[in-house]
Design a binder for this molecule. Sequence first.
Ligand code: HSE
Length: 310
Amino acid sequence: MKVTVEASASSANLGPGFDVFALALDNPRDTVTLKAEKSTRASVGIDSVKGIKTPSTASKNGAGAVCLAIAKDFGIKERISIEMVKKVPIGLGMGSSGASAAAAALAMDQLFSLGMSSDDLIFYAGMGEACASGTAHYDNVSASILGGFVVVRVGKRPAAMSWPAPKDMALCLATPKLDLPERKTEYARSVLPSSVRLDMMVSNVANASLIVSGFARGDIGMIGSGMNDRVVEEARKRFIPGYDAVRKAGVAAGAAGVCISGAGPSMLALVDAKRYSPRDVLKEMIRGFGSVGVEATGLTTVVGQGASVL
Ligand code: HSE
């Protein structure tokens, strides 16, 4: 028995939607292949990882942790072996752990015909995030599983919904070359405030509402106008030299909005590709990093589909 699943990278938060919003990116993507063999006792092992290096002990690997959790909850007794092709870069704010955790959850569901709902898949994929970053957050995994723009409600069990992106929406991701802490997301979460002022909450609710309304109406300008956060980015921007310059440069080149991608350090811009050139926006964002002496690389892509069985 063998199943291969592909799941794409993602960009979480979109500014005010910390832990609630994310966009699936069309590329890069991770693939996870699971094989099950009869065995006298349940076990999960990582047979091979191609591409970007990732932990090879199942319990320390996001995809492995998801398989272990599902095997335990569903009483699966087989030996499960994992082969991964890891292309989503780790620690750059593109939902790397989420992509392979999402692929692993769907692969387990298919391999053992578990009949999980998308919210069940998101719940288990969140365990991969917990393994990688210390906290089970569900925004990235929701996007990698459902595709499009997602909103996830967090409670005892996550519940997510997805909207397609407006037709001409392009995405630019500019990534500065920085020395980052090893468990970067865990670190980037540790600097966040535990309480917020009422005026900041009001501002974030208004901006988040603009983003959701923009997706409902297919209005890229409205989505971009909501990409302003006064809570999380305020705390994180000091770790991203050039943050202000990159936002300014992106908007000046035509971006509808610019924000930190996930926990950073990449910056995401949304562009109406019918009116502006995504390549030019990216070039200006990279120049923005350059203006403070930071080298950067980048990519342009579009909003991606959800995880799929190959
Ligand atoms: N919402 C999460 C955070 C995403 O910002 O910490 C991490 O990719």
